[in-house]
Ligand binder design. Structure first.
Ligand SMILES: Nc1ncnc2c1ncn2[C@@H]1O[C@H](COP(=O)(O)OP(=O)(O)OP(=O)(O)O)[C@@H](O)[C@H]1O
Ligand SMILES: [Mg+2]
Length: 244
């Protein structure tokens, strides 16, 4: 069986010992595994240590808050994500029986994304909507299935960081969403299981897990204040809203 697992930043922050133990078992039982990881919390931590303020923007109509990736942020993002990537790979290599190989979506043209050229945000001062440059984030359009299959056939366990290459020639690296990487890789590789490994039982509303949602219901859930981002809101690490 082929299993694709997105390891949440929430899990990495709390410790990956259980995960590291379970991967060899899966492989020993003849399964093949592809890992994708997050780690937004770590980028914040790094930026703070560097004296840089993480920037966030709020998008209408959902009111969802997300990281704003300017060039400086992209540099720290790639730095931090690749550090976590190498940590995971070396832990997996160290446990024995797992030939882990760490990759960003740029390597081997693994993940191709279209840069968001502009975005509508809610201005923190005055609450008006405005259009601003999209920064260095993108929507993943495709995955290089052939490359991953070759790695799997050669006995490697790919560990993928949420960085993609801009489809535009010479466009460079982009910050992409790890959950979206799971979605695109799953559509492309058609695994037997696509797993989101996180530190919560599921999407919680009023403390209860929502077991099933339609796409339309999921859109509605965005409006619910209980559905928030991960690391940054929990820790109150809001940084500064982008001052335009
Ligand atoms: N309604 C909700 N139900 C469950 N979790 C929620 C909800 N709203 C926000 N969360 C957050 O989502 C987190 C889990 O998401 P995830 O595993 O993606 O971690 P993350 O901190 O968002 O890291 P990354 O996205 O970088 O992987 C939880 O720790 C919790 O803080
Ligand atoms: Mg998340």
């Amino acid at each position: 069986m082929l299993v694709i697992v997105k390891v949440g930043g929430s899990v990495i922050r709390k410790g990956v010992d259980n995960l590291i133990r379970e991967i060899p078992e899966l492989l020993n039982n003849g399964h093949r595994v592809v890992l994708i990881h997050g780690g937004g919390y770590f980028i914040n931590e790094l930026m703070e240590r560097m004296g840089l303020k993480p920037k966030f923007v709020t998008s209408p109509p959902s009111g969802v808050t997300s990281r704003y990736t300017d060039l400086e942020t992209l540099r720290v993002y790639v730095m931090g994500m690749m550090f976590l990537n190498k940590e995971l790979v070396s832990r997996l290599q160290g446990v024995g029986g797992v030939n882990a190989i760490g990759l960003s979506g740029v390597d081997g043209g693994l993940l191709r994304a279209r840069r968001r050229e502009s975005m509508i945000i809610i201005d923190e001062r005055g609450g008006r909507e405005r259009i601003v440059d999209g920064g260095y984030t993108g929507k993943i359009e495709s995955a290089n299935k052939d490359f991953i299959m070759r790695l799997l056939n050669d006995g490697f366990t790919p560990v993928i960081a949420p960085i993609a290459m801009d489809v535009k020639t010479g466009g460079g690296a982009l910050n992409v969403d790890g959950d979206q990487a799971l979605e695109v890789l799953s559509t492309s590789l058609t695994p037997n299981y696509a797993v989101i490994l996180t530190d919560v039982d599921g999407v919680l509303i009023n403390g209860k897990v929502i077991n099933r949602v339609s796409a339309a219901e999921a859109q509605e859930l965005f409006k619910n204040p209980e559905v928030r981002g991960g690391w940054y809101e929990e820790e109150g690490l809001y940084g500064s809203p982008v001052g335009w």
